[in-house]
Design a binder for this molecule. Structure first.
Ligand SMILES: [Zn+2]
Length: 136
């Protein structure tokens, strides 16, 4: 069995298995290979097609977008169940850690130095990257 990545005249890509390369040639010349998306019979091997490179490049570009969406979802979920204390975050996080105040979930901002001090003191914090869209 041999697997080919194929592409129709409309640019749809799909993969198909053949018994051998000769079997592919026979089916292709008989017009028996049909694009599953548009039923086009003008199908060929897509390995050398220039838009294959473009498509794989686009997929790489999608990865940061997917990551940003994931981070945004997590940030939203956390924000829904926490109190925004803004730049009093280091102070409030300490009070909660040392049980000086009611235990609750908070969110806010801390400078890198403040965040490092909190971690060194054993205060459990989670850093989320600030997203460009959130500053608008
Ligand atoms: Zn097609």
């Amino acid at each position: 069995m041999i697997k080919y990545r194929l592409q129709c005249s409309q640019g749809h890509e799909f993969e198909a298995w053949f018994a051998s390369s000769g079997s592919y040639d026979a089916q292709a010349s008989a017009g028996q290979i049909v694009c599953p998306e548009c039923d086009s019979r003008e199908v060929g091997k897509s390995i050398m097609a220039p838009n294959v490179a473009l498509k794989s490049h686009a997929r790489e570009d999608d990865a940061p977008a997917r990551y940003r969406n994931l981070v945004r979802e997590v940030a939203r979920a956390l924000a829904a169940g926490s109190e925004d204390v803004g730049n009093r975050f280091p102070e409030e996080a300490r009070k909660i850690h040392y049980r000086e105040v009611e235990q609750r979930a908070i969110r806010g901002t801390a400078s890198p130095d403040e965040a490092r001090e909190l971690v060194e003191e054993g205060v459990e914090i989670m850093a989320l990257p600030r997203l460009p869209e959130d500053t608008n």
